[in-house]
Design a protein around this ligand. Structure first.
Ligand code: ZN
Length: 334
């Protein structure tokens, strides 16, 4: 029943439903994986299953007052903590120690209506250090009848002591079939638009729904051109490209995502020469001659450089320097 409403994530759902059936649900879970692929939905379904008085242990019924209140975020034993911004100019919110303390206070009571209190901490990596240390105490001595669920897309940014006290469950990007089904439920999307959005979604629902297809299209073409021209003979272009892209710092993660997918397509063309299976099918005409000019080891080196750059930027690396380093590695591989 209700776990079925979450598309994809079969492995995660299997692990959780097995634990529900066996009565071996952990005190604390860490759901991790890219944004917008169903982590929060699964957390809500787990809370429903733990508290539903109607259906069996492994699922909620979706109909009873308990299931409905959890769904609406109105159940007194279901808590949801997410980052808040301290000012409108702050780029990212944070989870503050006061929020964690308030949650701890409420977790100390027995379940009010249900059987098990469930606390979900969304974007848990945005707990500031004091909040994280305070939360650690709850993980070390979990209150009775309580399940804690941390949700994170960058689990590396969590305190290792927090991670080690949670059972980790990895969530995968959705397959194109699942993304397509979600898009087909939206009104007014033409089939070509659905295909384009599916291809550009990276398996993430939010991206599939909100991607600016014209902008992404421009970006992909820009990247194909960059891969085609980058070389030590054109170092001027390397520095100009890095400077321009570094200025638009918000878009860098997307640039690296699209670059990674394009390089994967190039590697794929090299190995299989089958354009039907490309992610960027519509760019096959430009990608084929590019693949013919590069060796497979060169393409793989470029993909590694892109991945290194992504990690460096998740830390605190300077964007322009990181992009320049990446393109110089591309020159090496050219
Ligand atoms: Zn129910």
């Amino acid at each position: 029943m209700s776990f079925n409403r979450v598309l994809g994530q079969d492995l995660a759902k299997q692990i959780i439903q097995k634990a529900l059936l066996n009565g071996s649900v952990a005190h604390a879970y860490l759901f991790y994986g890219p944004e917008s692929i169903g982590k929060k939905l699964v957390a809500v379904e787990l809370a429903k299953a733990l508290n539903c008085p109607v259906s069996g242990p492994a699922d909620g019924c979706d109909e009873c007052p308990s299931c409905r209140k959890i769904e609406q975020g109105a159940h007194p034993d279901f808590f949801f903590l997410e980052p808040t911004k301290t000012s409108s100019s702050a780029r990212e919110g944070a989870i503050h120690i006061e929020d964690v303390r308030e949650l701890q206070r409420r977790l100390n009571f027995l379940p009010y209506e249900g059987k098990t209190k469930v606390a979900v901490v969304d974007s848990a990596e945005l707990m500031n250090p004091q909040a994280g240390n305070s939360f650690l105490k709850t993980l070390e001595e979990p209150p009775a009848n309580t399940v804690l669920i941390l949700i994170a897309s960058n689990p590396r940014q969590l305190l290792p002591t927090i991670v080690s006290r949670c059972q980790g469950i990895r969530f995968q990007p959705l397959g194109s079939g699942e993304i397509r089904r979600i898009l087909q439920l939206q009104e007014g999307l033409e089939p070509e638009e659905i295909e384009l959005r599916t291809a550009q979604s990276m398996g993430q629902v939010e991206k599939a729904l909100n991607v600016d297809t014209a902008r992404t299209d421009q970006l992909r073409r820009d990247l194909v051109e960059m891969i085609g021209t980058v070389s030590y003979a054109r170092v001027d272009a390397v520095f100009a490209w890095s400077r321009t892209r570094a200025k638009q710092s918000d878009s860098i993660p997307e640039v690296l995502d699209q670059l990674t997918v394009l390089l994967r397509d190039l590697a794929f063309l090299k190995a299989r020469d089958d354009a039907a299976l490309l992610h960027n099918k519509d760019l096959a005409g430009q990608l084929k001659p590019l693949a013919a000019r590069k060796t497979l080891p060169a393409i793989l080196k470029m993909a590694e450089a892109a991945e290194r750059t992504r990690r460096a930027l998740q830390g605190n690396a300077n964007a322009q320097l990181a992009l320049e380093n990446m393109l110089l590695a591309f020159c090496d591989a050219a």
